[in-house]
Design a binder for this molecule. Sequence first.
Ligand SMILES: NC(=O)c1ccc[n+]([C@@H]2O[C@H](COP(=O)([O-])OP(=O)(O)OC[C@H]3O[C@@H](n4cnc5c(N)ncnc54)[C@H](O)[C@@H]3O)[C@@H](O)[C@H]2O)c1
Length: 242
Amino acid sequence: MISGGLGDIGKAAAHAMQRSGCRVSIGDVHPTSPAANGFHYHQVDVSNEASVVAWFDAVESHFGQTASVIVANAAIVIIGSVMTATVEEWNRTMHVNLTGAWLTARTGAQRMLAAGLPGRIVFVGSWAGHAPHVHIAAYCAAKAGLRMLAQTMALELADKDILVNEVAPGYVDAGLSGQFFKKNAGEAERARAVVPNKRLIEAEEVAQAIAYLCSPHHRNLTGSTLLIDGGLSLQHGREHRD
Ligand SMILES: NC(=O)c1ccc[n+]([C@@H]2O[C@H](COP(=O)([O-])OP(=O)(O)OC[C@H]3O[C@@H](n4cnc5c(N)ncnc54)[C@H](O)[C@@H]3O)[C@@H](O)[C@H]2O)c1
C-alpha cells in the first residue's frame, strides 16, 4: 500500500514494487486518475483516521488478505516564512505529513499484528527533516518528527519482525520540488549548484530505495534512514538558498 501513490515518487515506487512481484494498492486524495491504471486504487485522505481505515478495509476485501508492506509517502509543502505562516497552514502540513504518515503506518502495523504477519513499513521523509531549510519550517518539523516516529515504531515492532525504515530524498527533479522548479525559472539550476555532488535526483532512484527497504533482501535493517541527497544535508543549512 502506497499513500500519495499518484505523485511522482509514489508512482515510481508503485511500478518498482509491482516489478518486484508485489500487488500494489495506491491511495491518494484524488477521486481517480489514469496514473492508477494497473493498480488497485482507493481515494483516501491520510490525515483522516476513518478514511485511512476505510482504505485498509478496501484493500483486505479486494486482495483477500492483509497488506504486509506499507509506504507512507503522501505529503504536501506550503512555502512561506515561519513568521508569516498561518495556523491553518501549519496544522494542515502536520496533519498530512506527520499525523497522516503515523495513521497509515499504525493502521498497517495493527493489521499485520492481528494477522500475525511479518512486514515492512517505509516512511518517505526528506533531507529537510535532517537539516533546516528556510521557508518550509512546518515541512521540516513534520519530516524531523517522521524520523523519530520511524525509530520508535522500529523499536516497538522489531520483535514482531515488522521492520520500519525511512527514505529521505534531497532535491528530486520531480514531484513537490519538480513542480516548484517548473514554476520558477532558474530554480532547478540554483538547486543543483547547492548540492555537493551537483545532481538532482530522479524519482526512480528514490523508488528503487523504497523497493529495497520493502523487500525480503534484508532482514536486519530497521530504524534506519537512507539519505539520498547528494550530501545536501551534510551542509547543515549553511548553503541554502532563500
Ligand atoms: N520531490 C522532492 O524533491 C522531495 C524531496 C524530499 C522528499 N520528498 C517526499 O517524497 C514524497 C512524495 O512526494 P513527491 O515529490 O512525489 O510529490 P507529489 O506531489 O508528486 O506526490 C505527493 C502525493 O501525495 C498526495 N497527497 C497529498 N495530500 C494527501 C492526503 N491528505 N492524503 C492522501 N494523499 C495525499 C498528493 O495528491 C500527491 O499525489 C513526500 O513525502 C515528499 O515529502 C520529495
